[in-house]
Write a protein that binds this ligand. Structure first.
Ligand code: CA
Length: 278
């Protein structure tokens, strides 16, 4: 798996959280972190993808009168990236070789904080961390895996794409499929994932922030589930962002705020992310 520890450290704006990492969770990505909705970034998107399931059924029946009947039925189901998907590589198939991990998402995806390193691409056949089971992508052969920053402090990390000057009043929907594995699950309420859409004015003031239901310790494990969130562009929006947010040690959910939050284990996988104008 792509759980090697990296040694990227970063400092960012608003709430600089702690340091060190020290746990036995391989999902640990050493780092420093921040928390806020004051992100920054850039990007865009599109992509393609196809999932094909072919089922072939053949039955042969022979009657006493020597009549033979053979039937063959083939059913093909195809799931494709919506043509109006505003995200580039929402299927994570355009991944690239990583520095700290074998594979990481394409550069079409932006990350906040800028040196956020606790995400990697998981491919079908990769062994699940802490498990004898193997990963199977929801679409294509690759999906993204995200885990906590392990700073001991509250840390929010988002992988997203962004657009400038969306038209006020326009409605957008962000959707995607995600899950946490039964052998590497989220264990506590303060650590979770969600899809989110954010709107900022020209001074990076957060004008709006809509979130999907969470993938959390309460969510079913090992089952790909679809999540969606819809948002309407507020007045004065200059930047619109859509992506996946990983929260570890969210104080609003009861996490300790003394830099000693070390129970945010678990990773979340996402695939088939689509952002469309309604
Ligand atoms: Ca995929």
């Amino acid at each position: 798996m792509n759980n090697r520890h990296s040694l990227h450290f970063m400092l960012t704006t608003v709430m600089v959280c702690g340091i060190s990492c020290g746990t036995d969770d391989p999902d640990i990505g050493p780092a420093i972190q921040t928390d806020t909705d004051t992100s920054t970034a850039t990007q865009t998107g599109t992509e393609t993808n196809t999932e094909t399931n072919t089922e072939t059924e053949t039955s042969t029946e022979t009657s006493t009168e020597t009549s033979t009947e053979t039937s063959t039925e083939t059913e093909t189901e195809t799931t494709t990236d919506p043509v109006n998907n505003l995200l580039i590589d929402g299927m994570f198939e355009d991944y690239q070789t990583g520095y700290s991990y074998d594979y990481v998402a394409s550069d079409d995806w932006l990350v906040y904080p800028g040196e956020f390193t606790h995400h990697a691409i998981s491919r079908t056949g990769d062994q699940i961390y802490n498990s004898e089971q193997f990963f199977v992508a929801q679409q294509g052969e690759a999906s993204i895996k995200i885990w906590g920053g392990w700073t001991g402090w509250a840390n929010e990390a988002t992988i997203y794409q962004e657009w400038t000057k969306p038209v006020e009043g326009t409605t957008y929907t962000l959707s995607g499929w995600g899950y946490h594995h039964e052998d590497d699950p989220l264990l506590v309420a303060h650590t979770y994932n969600e899809l989110s859409i954010k709107f900022f004015d020209s001074s990076w003031n957060l004008l709006g922030h809509e979130k999907s239901d969470r993938i959390s310790s309460d969510s079913a494990t090992s089952t790909w589930t679809e999540y969606t969130v819809t948002a309407t562009v507020p007045a004065n929006t200059v930047i619109m962002q859509a992506g996946i947010t990983n929260w570890q040690c969210d104080p609003a959910m009861g996490a300790p705020t003394d830099g000693q939050c070390w129970d945010g284990n678990g990773a979340v996988y996402w695939d088939s992310i689509a952002f469309v104008e309604n």
